[in-house]
Write a protein that binds this ligand. Structure first.
Ligand SMILES: C[S@@+](CC[C@H](N)C(=O)[O-])C[C@H]1O[C@@H](n2cnc3c(N)ncnc32)[C@H](O)[C@@H]1O
Length: 266
């Protein structure tokens, strides 16, 4: 292993054995959606080819339904992610979700914003398999996935290529001796800032008070980020168009969710 490799920020990468249908999707659908493993990521090439038509039978095997997606019709569509002043989504904006868990949020956002291009990254294989089920069932065409560490993907994104990045309820690593495993670290933020367009947004949520404070402190230490909150309600309330995540529903933290929105300065 590379001695300079950053510490692992996630727990297990596999839990139970995949059901036949999920295993089938990992073999048949994932290769069509996968971010290439090496080299700089060419976003236009990545999204140029639509995935094969989704639907019954793509994965084979018996059906066992994943938890239903949130009611997308009920989701308030957020304003354009790049600039609050721009209210019509520009075709092709690139949205990254780091640690999408089971993919419910990722797929709901992709369905609600069909003109945007979504990249989801998640090391947990069962989560990726669950996300593939949601993609197949929703027919979303605008999602690409990487099963692995988001830092490996961000490092290969061109400069100023992201319009929005979601980090929702990242592993909290609440013990002080584990804080070094948190995703939010100076080197990570530096690479993310490089990959974000001026005016792009970073949306972070946690229900661990210490991680909220940690994130605020670390992000604001990097002069390329501006905290968008103007009043307490801005960090106490989810942004418009938020779709509840599975982890959020579990309320495992020690405080109510804290919602932090940062803008990449020009
Ligand atoms: C606590 S879970 C939250 C999942 C989801 N965002 C939700 O709110 O339901 C955090 C997720 O982040 C993933 N994760 C941790 N480190 C990561 C990394 N370096 N790159 C991508 N995903 C990561 C974990 O595997 C895990 O699924």
């Amino acid at each position: 292993m590379d001695e300079h490799r950053p510490l692992r920020t996630y727990g297990r990468i596999k839990a139970r054995t995949l059901k036949p249908r999920q295993a089938g999707l990992m073999e048949t659908l994932l290769p069509h959606l996968a971010v290439p493993e090496d080299g700089e990521i060419d976003l236009d090439a990545l999204f140029s080819k639509p995935p094969p038509p989704c639907g019954a039978g793509a994965g084979g095997g018996g059906r066992s339904d994943p938890p239903p997606l949130p009611d997308i019709g009920a989701v308030d569509r957020p304003p354009s992610v790049a600039h609050a002043r721009d209210t019509s989504p520009t075709r092709g904006e690139v949205v990254l979700e780091i640690g999408f868990g089971g993919g419910e949020h990722l797929v709901a956002q992709a369905i609600a914003q069909p003109d945007q291009r979504f990249i989801g990254v998640e090391p947990f294989i069962n989560g990726v398999a669950s996300c593939l089920r949601h993609i197949e069932e929703s027919g979303a065409q605008n999602i690409r996935l990487h099963q692995g560490d988001a830092r490996d993907v961000i490092a290969r994104l061109p400069d100023a290529s992201l319009d929005l990045c979601y980090i929702l309820f990242p592993d909290p690593w609440p013990k002080a001796r584990h804080h070094k495993r948190r995703l939010i670290q100076p080197a990570f933020l530096g690479e993310l800032a490089r990959a974000m367009k001026p005016g792009a947004e970073l949306r972070f949520a946690t229900d661990w008070a210490n991680y909220a404070a940690w994130t605020l402190e670390h992000v604001l230490r990097d002069a390329r980020f501006i905290w968008l909150a103007e009043s307490a309600s801005d960090w106490r309330t989810a942004w418009p168009g938020h779709v509840q995540t599975r982890y959020e529903q579990k309320q495992l933290g020690d405080c109510a969710p804290v919602w932090l929105r940062f803008q990449r300065s020009a």
